[in-house]
Design a protein around this ligand. Structure first.
Ligand SMILES: Cc1cc2nc3c(=O)[nH]c(=O)nc-3n(C[C@H](O)[C@H](O)[C@H](O)COP(=O)(O)OP(=O)(O)OC[C@H]3O[C@@H](n4cnc5c(N)ncnc54)[C@H](O)[C@@H]3O)c2cc1C
Length: 618
């Protein structure tokens, strides 16, 4: 059937007040320096100057001029990205930090909000009854949440790093813990104004422009030139996913721009959907004596949360907004600062739940019953402000502990961002544990001064590797069920006992923890964090990380569920390739490059992100 909706959009020229005001720019090296890295601490770029536009027309003029002169422009939000996506490869950095106001609306009154610490003033519009807000790109997620909550509303996308700008989160389609319930950023964006690399402007409202039956869009530029955009041909995995441009049959044009990592345009105004602020949200941390107990608990909580007929459920009030997992190594890292974390706990699940004041205690008693079913060893529900702050500290002590560790060793962390379909999650989990134990055993052997050929080591089964480490420290593994048959695939209990045995070996060899696995288990999305302490380990761990990413793709998942690919690469047979190639292959990258070239023929904007110009076939 012919798709009746339009696939065509007309570009506008940016018309905004105060075109008289001159653009603030600086080429002072101490200022430029601040924009050459991001939170990945891996990529270091270079740029000639930084520009600080305050209005859309300034963004448009800057891009138009840079495009005519073929000067590279890299867009910077708050710089909290961890893929190098705002790191410039020369030219100008376009900092969005002064885009803090949206132009006047005749029919609405503005909301003014001042960040009490930074002193920055924001001007936005909140349509309380209609549940949306028109917001400038440089407002931080923290401030956006505060200002809408004052109006009884709620913006539920909550990346851990709340200093990120809304514009950055739209460009990366960021997620957060509550994505389990509320979905990623994309689900909350209803309109964007985006300046294209030539300075033309698109005002894209969700639901207005869809790709046609050939999956094409038509963009008519101000010059009258018509650009044909063929949506990417690849199929996206059916998981939480931030890899590459969005792709779907009859897709909405707004979705092509959300998550494009700033390669197609600069967001200057964003309309977000809002929901009602829940009466009460509580967090709870549950500790388990085995990983399996934590997994079973999570499976049930997830099943109840997604159940279509909640009323039929025994636990009808159980409705987690998030389900977050911490493995035994994560708890060990957290224990360094919080020794009261139960010493026997081998896993933890942190969840949040929204509830009315009236049903709060009924809801807690249902969770308690669920805890009993799943052998929760210990649970903690912060009630007063001090406890809530302590929980935040415990959560932060993990990334902080990891970052401090790798910094002290002069390396950097290597982390995955993979998600797989639910039915393949157990398989992925086993592979996670296998890789973790492998890097840990290797580190033990190194600490014990054993020079082992890495090829021979790889050829050993996991139980053999563990036995090798035990032999080396003179521990004899217990007879019977705890020592799995080396020929057979270890069961989940076997993995648990292998991990316990390695913990004992580590105690004896005084070997530090080499990895930590944590993250958004509700969405089958975990971060495997390697903690390299030398360049040799860094190389080894990078290879292990690619094995994890490959496995995720093999299982029908994604290499990046929330961070995007930015400038990340991997080495295959000695050749450096864009990270995204692992997932969509060369043809997938070519289809992205074709869209990029159509919108940005000179490849001036955010060059190096997602895909390089080499993939563009003329
Ligand atoms: C400790 C920590 C925890 C994190 N937790 C999460 C998490 O839970 N979930 C998650 O998804 N991410 C997380 N991140 C990653 C990061 O916070 C997100 O990627 C965030 O979306 C980046 O926003 P930013 O404003 O800092 O953008 P930047 O890092 O400055 O830029 C990111 C990308 O967005 C582009 N961009 C920025 N503004 C615009 C604009 N106005 N128009 C067009 N393009 C633009 C840039 O060019 C770049 O490509 C975490 C990072 C850290 C350090």
């Amino acid at each position: 059937m012919e798709n009746p909706r339009t696939n065509r959009i007309l570009a506008q020229s940016a018309k905004r007040e105060d075109s008289e005001r001159s653009l603030v720019r600086s080429n002072r090296s101490d200022i430029v320096e601040k924009y050459l890295t991001d939170e990945s601490a891996i990529f270091k770029g270079q740029a000639e100057e930084v520009a600080f536009p305050e209005t859309e027309i300034q963004v448009a003029n800057l891009l138009n001029d840079a495009n005519l002169r073929k000067i590279l422009v890299t867009v910077s939000g708050a710089g909290t990205g961890i893929t190098g996506s705002r790191v410039p490869f020369g030219g100008i950095v376009l900092s969005t930090e002064r885009l803090t106001k949206v132009p006047k609306r005749d029919s609405m009154s503005p909301t003014l909000f001042k960040d009490p610490i930074a002193g920055v003033e924001y001007e936005l519009y909140i349509a309380k009854n209609e549940h949306y807000a028109i917001v400038p790109p440089a407002i931080s997620i923290e401030n956006l949440q505060k200002v809408v909550e004052r109006n009884g509303l709620f913006y539920p996308v909550d990346p851990t790093e709340k200093t990120a700008f809304l514009g950055g989160t739209v460009a990366t389609d960021a997620s957060g813990a509550k994505t389990f319930h509320y979905g990623p950023t994309r689900n909350w964006i209803r309109r964007v104004r985006v300046v294209l690399p030539n300075g033309d402007l698109l005002d894209i409202r969700r639901g207005d422009v869809f790709s046609n039956d050939r999956n094409e869009f038509e963009v008519v530029l101000c010059s009258g030139e018509k650009i044909r955009l063929q949506a990417p041909f690849y199929e996206m995995p059916n998981v939480k996913n931030a890899a590459g441009y969005f792709a779907k049959r009859h897709m909405d044009l707004i979705d092509l721009f959300i998550g494009c990592e700033g390669t197609l345009g600069v967001f200057t105004e964003i309309e977000v959907s809002l929901t009602d602020r829940p009466e009460r949200i509580f967090d709870c941390l549950a500790y388990f004596l085995t990983t399996n107990d934590a997994m079973r608990f999570c499976d049930e909580a997830r099943r109840i949360a997604k159940s279509r007929d909640k009323k039929k459920e025994e636990f009808d009030l159980v409705a987690p907004l998030s389900l977050e997992y911490f493995d035994r190594c994560s708890l060990e890292i957290q224990r360094a600062k919080h020794p009261d974390i139960p010493s026997k706990a081998k896993a933890a699940i942190l969840f949040e739940q929204a509830i009315t004041e009236e049903r709060f205690y009924d809801c807690l008693s249902q969770w308690n019953a669920l805890f009993e079913h799943h052998h929760v060893a210990n649970s903690w529900l912060p009630i007063d402000q001090r406890d809530k702050e302590k929980l935040t500290e415990i959560r932060h002590s993990l990334p902080e502990g990891i970052n401090d560790y790798v910094r002290s060793k002069g390396t950097h962390k290597v982390a995955t961002d993979i998600a797989v379909p639910g039915e393949r999650f157990n398989e992925m989990m086993r592979f996670h544990v296998e890789i973790g134990l492998e890097v840990q055993v290797w580190r033990v052997l190194v600490d014990l001064g054993l020079q082992y050929d890495s090829k021979i080591f790889q050829s050993l089964t996991l139980p053999e590797k563990v036995r090798l480490a035990e032999d080396r420290v003179g521990i004899h593994s217990p007879e019977g069920g705890t020592s799995p048959d080396v020929e057979a695939q270890p069961s989940e209990q076997d993995y648990e006992s292998l991990a316990d045995r390695i913990d004992i070996v580590r105690e004896s060899s005084k070997t530090e923890v080499a990895y930590a696995i944590f993250g958004h288990i509700g969405d089958f999305h975990l971060h495997f964090n390697f903690l390299p302490r030398s360049t040799v380990e860094l190389d080894q761990m990078k290879r292990a990380s690619y094995r994890l990413a490959r496995k995720a793709v093999e299982l029908g998942g994604t290499i990046t569920a929330e961070h995007g690919v930015g400038k990340k690469t991997y080495v295959d047979d000695g050749i450096e390739k864009p990270y995204l190639e692992l997932m969509y292959g060369i043809r997938g990258l070519e289809s992205i490059a074709t869209i990029k070239s159509a919108i940005d023929p000179n490849w001036i904007l955010n060059r190096g992100n997602v895909v390089s110009a080499e993939y563009f076939k003329h």
